[in-house]
Design a binder for this molecule. Structure first.
Ligand code: ZN
Length: 309
């Protein structure tokens, strides 16, 4: 039985599935705060966070700031507080505000690389997505090991590149753009699409037109296009499904693979509309109840025509 001590908890190796699990008893002490009352992230007298590690200034105040996570999963686990405003939301943000959040993710990702095999960047929205504090925030967590799905994705992409000389992500985009029925919106930088075989109803992947391994190295123009696309799709999802819970996750090259020609980054939006039940648990196979072609058509219909090309 293999265990690794890890920041007040343990990483345990499941030798049957060849995968890690995390034992983090301290996480159960997280406070649950939904209103402005008692919110530790709202600026003012009630503000209560560990000392700030990074901020994007805005006049005398801040636009986005990073602080260590008080209920950390690792010694590299930060919260990105996305706005000083408690009711701010990524779906109603300006493009500049959304781009500032993405820039914070890039900055903190680069900062965490030394000593981390993999860095998770994610945003939870709504109680069903695991949120404990309602104030808009995202999280960056560095892991000392590479997860099994990340290792497998890397291996599949490497094999495809070795066989064809092309990136798997670019080949997938070529097929999706010529088919068209699963495209939600696109511009010259970013394509948002419903994956052919996804893991959840209304799942959307945001992919750069030109495949690249490292999300943190994406240029400003790509980050702004991603911000525009994200807020448009999130607004469409909110209107279509009355503000559903979701997780937003950055898939990017693990540490050491930032320049790998076969690797590619994407940002994935996974709505939490259904609870994984017995079949999923028994087989590991997700059950999706809304066809991606239907979901894409409904979201597309709610997005301003100027964003759809
Ligand atoms: Zn707040």
């Amino acid at each position: 039985m293999t265990t690794r001590r890890w920041h007040g908890g343990q990483l345990r190796w499941n030798s049957a599935s060849q995968a890690w699990s995390i034992l983090a008893p301290g996480r159960k002490d997280r406070p649950h705060v939904s209103g402005r009352e008692g919110c530790p992230f709202c600026p003012g007298p009630g503000e209560d966070t560990p000392p700030e590690t990074w901020r994007l200034p805005d006049g005398d105040g801040w636009l986005v700031r990073a602080v260590p996570n008080r209920y950390a999963l690792s010694d590299r686990h930060e919260i990105v507080i996305e706005s000083p405003h408690h009711d701010w939301d990524l779906s109603t943000a300006t493009v500049a505000e959304a781009a500032a959040v993405l820039s914070a993710w890039q900055h903190r990702h680069r900062e965490f690389r030394s000593g981390a095999a993999q860095i998770a960047v994610f945003r939870n929205h709504g109680p069903a997505a695991g949120i404990s504090l309602a104030h808009p925030h995202s999280q960056i967590a560095g892991l000392p090991v590479l997860s099994e799905p990340a290792r497998r994705n890397l291996e599949i992409a490497r094999e495809h590149h070795a066989l064809t000389g092309r990136s798997l992500a670019e080949d997938m985009l070529t097929v999706e753009l010529s088919t068209g029925s699963r495209i939600v919106c696109s511009d010259e930088e970013i394509v948002a699409l419903s994956p052919f075989a996804g893991t959840a109803s209304y799942e959307v992947w945001f992919m750069p037109r030109t495949s690249a391994a490292d999300f943190a190295a994406a240029p400003r123009s790509t980050v702004e296009a991603l911000a525009r696309s994200l807020r448009a799709v999130l607004a469409a999802l909110r209107a279509e499904l009355s503000d559903p819970a979701y997780n937003l996750v950055v898939h990017t090259a693990p540490t050491g693979y930032e320049d790998a020609p076969f690797a590619s980054w994407s940002v994935r939006l996974v709505p939490r509309l259904e609870i994984a039940a017995g079949l999923e648990l028994a087989t590991g196979i997700p059950v999706v109840t809304v066809a991606p072609e239907t979901a894409a058509a409904r979201l597309r219909a709610r997005i301003a025509p100027s964003l759809v090309s």
